[in-house]
Ligand binder design. Structure first.
Ligand SMILES: CC(C)(COP(=O)(O)OP(=O)(O)OC[C@H]1O[C@@H](n2cnc3c(N)ncnc32)[C@H](O)[C@@H]1OP(=O)(O)O)[C@@H](O)C(=O)NCCC(=O)NCCS
Length: 160
């Protein structure tokens, strides 16, 4: 894989780039990475159907290596501010820790700022809290366990 820092193919190689994709394009990574390939595990989120929901992917040479989904949804931690809820953040395991998650968050924060959105928030798995913290997210509130995964989470948010 080429360096995942810029959508450049200066060396004639296929570019690594962030693209908007339909919800269905996220399902395979959601299932493999977030649902541990559990047969029949749901890969459609209720937020996918919200007005204004969209999905981004990191694509390289036709393959989708990372996905994340976004929907306008307020958070009580920033009442009154335009907020977007991040869900389904998943990087294909061989490509984790290569900067692809950072690419996705960087791309979306640029887009959201242009649209006047003030805060990006998520229910972060505690196992991924270090990732969000590196990208400028703060932890707010008490921890909780989400029933669909049984995993410990905290709300994390980034003011834009
Ligand atoms: C968590 C995840 C989305 C991060 O994406 P990634 O492409 O692997 O992360 P990046 O390479 O862009 O990492 C950016 C920074 O965060 C750090 N980081 C990444 N994952 C981390 C983790 N789980 N814990 C602590 N730090 C982490 C990286 O070391 C890097 O640090 P640096 O700034 O010092 O270089 C990805 O590893 C993943 O899909 N994990 C499994 C599914 C998951 O937990 N999803 C999140 C659900 S809320």
């Amino acid at each position: 894989m080429p360096p995942a820092t810029a959508p450049s193919d200066g060396g004639g190689r296929p570019a690594v780039r962030v693209e908007e994709v339909p919800a269905e394009a996220t399902h395979d990574l959601r299932w493999r990475v977030l649902r541990n390939r559990r047969p029949g595990a749901p890969v459609v989120f209720p937020e996918d159907g919200l007005p204004g929901a969209f999905h981004l992917a990191v694509r390289h040479d036709g393959a989708i290596l990372a996905v994340a989904s976004f929907a306008p949804e307020p958070t009580p931690y920033r009442a009154g501010r335009a907020a977007v809820h991040l869900r389904g953040m998943a990087v294909d395991p061989p490509y984790q820790r290569h900067g692809l998650g950072r690419m996705l968050i960087s791309a979306v924060t640029d887009l959201l700022r242009q649209d006047g959105v003030g805060v990006l928030w998520c229910n972060a798995r505690d196992s991924a809290a270090g990732f969000y913290a590196r990208l400028g997210f703060d932890t707010v509130g008490e921890g909780f366990v989400l029933p669909e995964s049984g995993m410990a989470h905290h709300v994390m948010l980034r003011d834009l």
